[in-house]
Design a protein around this ligand. Structure first.
Ligand SMILES: NC(=O)c1ccc[n+]([C@@H]2O[C@H](COP(=O)([O-])OP(=O)(O)OC[C@H]3O[C@@H](n4cnc5c(N)ncnc54)[C@H](OP(=O)(O)O)[C@@H]3O)[C@@H](O)[C@H]2O)c1
Length: 296
């Protein structure tokens, strides 16, 4: 399969909300969808960065200020949308392997930003979503071990990569659990997950391990990373493909899922653990005080 953005159906009349739309994969996805006719809501924590992104995109856009690491900010952003119809929500914003820090709500920052914020946003908007939700996960989910009794590393030593891979495993599990619940409820809304492979973006800039310019130099030298626009392809495919089976996980088709055109890919045994999916869902409901209101 060799899919390109030219195959994206006309998006005129559709409203797409993309979080983390001021940079990397989010910005590329927003540009393509706006170019194909969608009205794109750029979910950004820094309104100045949002405005700068808006200037780079030809097409219909608006900026929504949202900090996914703060439940109050997520709830304000959802309120600001005032019950408007959203056809597609792309839970793209994320941070990777940052030094240990607590969110304003007291949760480990990656768990707060990559998992709790997207869960709360999805819960608060679900009644307004007409078509689909896309959760951006990672190949790193395969290394993920979720400690559902201690997701914020209160009782064991913090490891930045362990926290990141666990958060990306959680995104994938939430996408599967959401689809299961939507199907049970007889909803036509679909839940998908996607990962970009390995793309050269700003994601490494806050990591605890290597300096960002160093990582980019290494990537260029070794030619291991693809560009952000190539990395956006699986996300765009999951956000627009009309006949994608509900609950699919999309990633690049090339060697090791690092790069290449999008296709449906498999995921780890842990991601399919039904009991863990249910427990994670309840944990997110409890910690965010939000619920999509779907029967389990
Ligand atoms: N690049 C890869 O190879 C790769 C591989 C696997 C998965 N992913 C996933 O792809 C997604 C996009 O990452 P990227 O590679 O495009 O990196 P990126 O260029 O760093 O983009 C991340 C975006 O998320 C935003 N963000 C971070 N924390 C936020 C918060 N608290 N509230 C709202 N927005 C926040 C960032 O905003 P600021 O500019 O304000 O920081 C930025 O717009 C992430 O979920 C990442 O885990 C990427």
């Amino acid at each position: 399969m060799s899919w390109t953005v030219d195959e994206i159906p006309d998006q005129s009349g559709r409203v797409v909300l993309i979080t983390g739309a001021n940079s990397g994969i989010g910005l590329e996805s927003a540009s393509v969808l706006a170019d194909r006719g969608a009205h794109v809501i750029l979910g950004c924590r820094d309104p100045h960065k949002g405005a700068a992104a808006q200037r780079q995109i030809a097409g219909s856009t608006e900026v929504l200020t949202i900090d996914l690491s703060s439940l109050a900010s997520v709830s304000e952003a959802a309120e600001a949308l005032g019950g408007r119809q959203i056809d597609v929500l792309v839970n793209n914003a994320g941070i990777m392997a940052v030094p240990q820090e607590a969110s304003v709500d007291g949760h480990e920052l990656q768990f707060a930003t990559n998992v709790l914020g997207p869960f709360a946003l999805t819960s608060l908007l679900l009644d307004q979503i007409t078509d689909r939700v896309v959760w951006v996960s990672s190949m790193m989910h395969r290394a993920g071990k979720l400690d559902l009794a201690d997701p914020s590393f209160r009782h064991h030593r913090y490891n930045a990569w362990r926290a990141y891979s666990a958060s990306k495993l959680a995104d994938l599990m939430l996408s599967y659990e959401l689809q299961r619940r939507l199907t049970l409820a007889g909803s036509t809304v679909r839940s998908y997950a996607a990962h970009p492979g390995y793309a050269q973006t700003g994601l490494q800039r806050h990591t605890a391990v290597l300096s960002w310019p160093m990582v980019h130099q290494l990537e260029s030298l070794l030619k291991v990373a693809q560009s952000a626009d190539q990395g956006a392809l699986p996300i765009l495919y999951a956000a627009t493909a009309p006949d994608l089976p509900p609950g699919s996980y999309v990633g690049p088709a090339g060697f090791g899922e690092m790069s290449g055109p999008p296709r449906i890919v498999g995921s780890s045994a842990a991601s399919h653990d039904r009991d863990a999916q249910r427990t994670l869902w309840s944990l997110c409901e409890g910690l965010t005080g939000t619920s999509p209101g779907l029967p389990g």
